[in-house]
Design a binder for this molecule. Sequence first.
Ligand code: URA
Length: 192
Amino acid sequence: MILMSVSELAGKGFEGIEKRIIECTACTLHETVTNKVISKGSKTPKVVFVGEAPGKNEDETGIPFCGRAGKNLDRMIDYMGLSKNEYTVINTIKCRPPNNRNPLKKEINACRPFMLAQIQILDPRVIILLGNTAEKAFCSKDKLEWGIPKTIDNRYSLLKLYHPAALIYQRSRIDEQNEHIDRNRHLWDMNE
Ligand code: URA
């Protein structure tokens, strides 16, 4: 298979990227999936959320965050006050790892150009990395603190928040997450 650079991929537009994700055989995960899971949400978002990997429900439907973790993500988005046209949800890798195991480094590396091209073309103001896998894939050298934003190239902000699955049954984490959100509202609330 021919590997393309991030800007070449981004130059193909949404449909071009989608086609290449569907055709991708760069790692073995494609052999066991039902559906590749590409994105949901706006084509011109203020905020892009980057999750980890599709789970069982996502694999069955092809829709990111449509299961239990997705309910928590919806609550988080509600708390942030974002409307439907203001955000997009993608994952670090597009194929479900067997038995929901953690994605391997080589799988993350194979899929990274798709994630970066999606972000390049969506051109959000804020990129929210949901958990450590998304962080590792997006900025492996520069570790972020939970809830502390970093401005990149004077263009957009990067913010690492807890993955919604880590909030299931954890009241104290939900409170902490809400504090992170409250401290950072200015990132997505400012006027155009
Ligand atoms: N967890 C993720 O990281 N992504 C999904 O799409 C679902 C669960």
